[in-house]
Design a binder for this molecule. Structure first.
Ligand SMILES: NC(=O)c1ccc[n+]([C@@H]2O[C@H](COP(=O)([O-])OP(=O)(O)OC[C@H]3O[C@@H](n4cnc5c(N)ncnc54)[C@H](OP(=O)(O)O)[C@@H]3O)[C@@H](O)[C@H]2O)c1
Length: 197
């Protein structure tokens, strides 16, 4: 709770729109309870989880009085997270993709299916990937430092992929992550971390 108050102070705003619990380590149930209290107190509007992919996901979701609005995890056409989507359905939780364009991986971006659809819709390959996410019901927040890319990444709402094209993109799934950190290492990182002062 103290951490939430410090965030509000640092951000210098009245409330936080969406607050995520970053990792499935440490006192995560206690943290979730405090996040629920923060919602009740109006300090936070919505709460969610990130990187909860073990059975700890169900543990929190079952016990939660306020169900997670989102689960932020790695998700892109090479790692589509279909099983996780099924596990989330009972709680009304949706996936928010990190690495939505595979951290900019060239092999992913240049998959022939994206090049073909980009030509058809007069869009870029990345816009096709982002549009696919949206039609899959996934929330995206692609990162870019390039002003043209930032504009392009918003410009994906004037066309629609057909169901057949969605299937063609689903077929490139390799069930392979770009980012892997063993859980033990995460535990070490996060138990070693302590808030300032
Ligand atoms: N919760 C977690 O544990 C977690 C873990 C990892 C990442 N994240 C977050 O997820 C977000 C996205 O991650 P990310 O930035 O690593 O991956 P990303 O959004 O999949 O990829 C970013 C890369 O794609 C390029 N790109 C963006 N738009 C483009 C476009 N229209 N055309 C061509 N290239 C484009 C960017 O280059 P340019 O700058 O040149 O456009 C950059 O190299 C970040 O905010 C990050 O903090 C969260």
């Amino acid at each position: 709770m103290e951490g939430i108050d410090k965030m509000l102070e640092r951000l210098d705003i009245g409330y936080i729109d969406l607050l995520l619990l970053h990792q499935q380590v440490g006192e995560y149930m206690g943290a979730w309870r405090d996040m629920e209290k923060a919602v009740a107190q109006g300090k936070v509007k919505t709460i969610g989880l990130s990187n909860f992919e073990s059975e700890r996901l169900e543990e929190v979701c079952e016990a939660a009085e306020v169900k997670p609005a989102v689960l932020q995890v790695e998700c892109h056409p090479y790692f589509q997270q279909n099983e996780l989507k099924k596990r989330l359905a009972p709680y009304g939780t949706v996936i928010e993709a990190w690495y939505p364009i595979g951290h900019g991986d060239a092999d992913l971006i240049n998959e022939p299916v994206f090049t073909k659809l980009a030509e058809k819709y007069e869009k870029t390959n990345v816009q096709i990937i982002l549009r696919w996410h949206i039609q899959e019901g996934t929330i995206i927040f692609p990162k870019s430092t390039n002003p043209q890319h930032i504009k392009d990444n918003f410009d994906i709402f004037d066309f629609e992929l057909t169901e057949e094209e969605m299937e063609q993109i689903r077929a490139v799934d390799k069930n392979v992550r770009f980012f892997t950190v063993p859980l033990e290492q995460q535990e070490i990182q996060f138990t070693a971390w302590a808030p300032e002062d």
